[in-house]
Design a protein around this ligand. Structure first.
Ligand code: GDP
Length: 407
């Protein structure tokens, strides 16, 4: 069995919690894209963990966590995160492996990220400034440093000096002290796994692939240029592990409303006290940066778009409990655009010019309320995909298998 868990919106849908919950039925959780810009929050009882790089595997279980070549690794964040996880699961180190082909985020990448954002001024993307985009750019420029390079330090010094020299000339970044960097980062070589070993393990195991961000932030099919630099759509699985794999399930996670961090179009965004209420109820502040998230109502045209481009076969709704007690819940059912009505946007450039059309549904007291049942069935029908689970709260086990006919 192989499946992928991914976000159907702009990220922060609760993928970390869902992945952790489902991971107990798998042997390995594999991260295939992004870097430490991700922040997957997982709550076990009173303990809260934020996974930036380490896959959201259920701690103290036998599930292993692999990081594929499509991920860019900030070694300091990786080691800090492992240390934190070790306090809960003392043998976690033995379960984590990093592809020798994964690229390393260097301090100069963070410098470039900040400089580019500042130079863009009003046109900035709103990145986390963690160097993710520049690390991917250097990968494409054939200048990148890979985790496997830390096994051959002499050649690594030459590579580091080359990238430092070019980056200093192009971007005015601080010259790198290669030996100092190696001393700090060399520890990554303990976790390195060669591509053929990773491939065989993946082929012979039950694997859950963990997406980061969301389809609408995918480099190609997202709201470009307001996207992340990785392939966070399900298509990223093949690119992000380096070989093709057959997936049995494409599990799309979405919130009962919508949020977005950073710049870019957001048709159902609400402002003022309405936004404040959603933000405070849902604790919508970024897990990586603490930035307040922009909030709005559920957008079905965008959900349909994300389902179409991802091949989603089942959905999981999260955070509906955040709306408990609201008397009416709005859902965007279509867009008015140039005298036409759109059920699905043909491309995301139209989002700047659409006018959302809303349907108002009855709110619910709690998740046992028949109105909530109606809401879930309505969304599932309007999108045309089965709901497999409904998340009922922040903790890993706050979740129910959804059976559509129990009302
Ligand atoms: P991710 O990046 O997609 O993993 O999302 P975040 O890290 O932003 O996590 C979403 C937050 O919402 C985490 O703190 C989760 O524990 C929490 N969460 C997930 N599902 C639910 C839910 O159904 N209800 C509530 N109230 N919180 C949830």
């Amino acid at each position: 069995m192989k499946a992928v868990v991914f976000g159907l919106q702009w990220g922060d849908e609760g993928k970390g919690k869902i992945t952790t919950y489902l991971s107990r039925e798998y042997d390995i959780v594999v991260r295939y894209s992004g870097g430490s810009n991700a922040g997957h929050t997982v709550e076990y009882g009173d303990v809260k963990i934020i996974h930036h790089l380490i896959p959201s595997l259920h701690l103290n279980s036998s599930v292993k966590g692999y990081i594929g070549p499509g991920v860019v690794i900030d070694v300091e964040v990786f080691m800090k995160e492992l240390e934190e996880l070790r306090s809960i699961d003392p043998v976690v180190d033995e379960k984590i492996r990093v592809s020798s082909l994964s690229h390393i985020v260097l301090p100069l990448h963070k410098e470039i990220d900040g400089k580019l954002e500042d130079m863009k001024g009003e046109a900035r993307v709103g990145t986390t400034r963690r160097g993710i985009g520049p690390a991917y750019a250097d990968k494409a420029n054939r200048l990148g440093i890979r985790a496997g390079d830390f096994r051959n330090l002499e050649r690594l010094i030459e590579k580091l000096e080359l990238i430092s020299r070019i980056s200093e000339k192009l971007y005015g970044t601080t010259p790198m002290n290669s030996r100092e960097l190696i001393q700090k980062y060399e520890v990554i070589s303990r976790y390195v796994l060669d591509p053929i070993d990773m491939k065989r393990d993946i082929e012979n195991s039950r694997v859950l692939f963990e997406g980061t961000q969301g389809v609408l932030l995918d480099l190609d099919v997202g709201t470009y240029p307001y996207v992340t630099s990785g392939h966070c759509n399900t298509t990223g699985v093949w690119v992000g592990i380096g070989f093709p794999v057959k997936l049995d399930k494409y599990i799309g996670v979405f919130k009962a409303y919508t949020t977005r961090v950073g710049e870019g179009p957001f048709p159902t965004e609400v402002m003022g006290s309405e936004a404040e209420e959603l933000r405070n109820r849902g604790k919508e502040f970024g897990a990586t940066t603490g930035r307040p998230r922009r909030c709005g109502w559920l957008d079905l045209p965008l959900l349909r778009y994300a389902v179409e481009v991802s091949g989603c076969t089942e959905m999981i709704m999260t955070k509906a409990d955040v709306l408990n007690g609201i008397s009416e819940v709005k859902v965007c059912v279509g867009y008015r655009y140039n005298g036409r009505i759109l059920d699905v946007p043909p491309n995301l450039d139209v989002l700047d010019d659409v006018k959302p059309m809303y349907e108002t549904l009855k709110g619910w007291k709690d998740l046992d309320d028949p109105n909530f049942h109606e809401f879930v069935e309505y969304v599932s029908k309007m999108v045309g995909v089965t709901m497999s689970h409904v998340s009922t709260g922040p903790r890993v086990d706050d979740i129910e298998i959804w059976s559509g006919d129990d009302d």
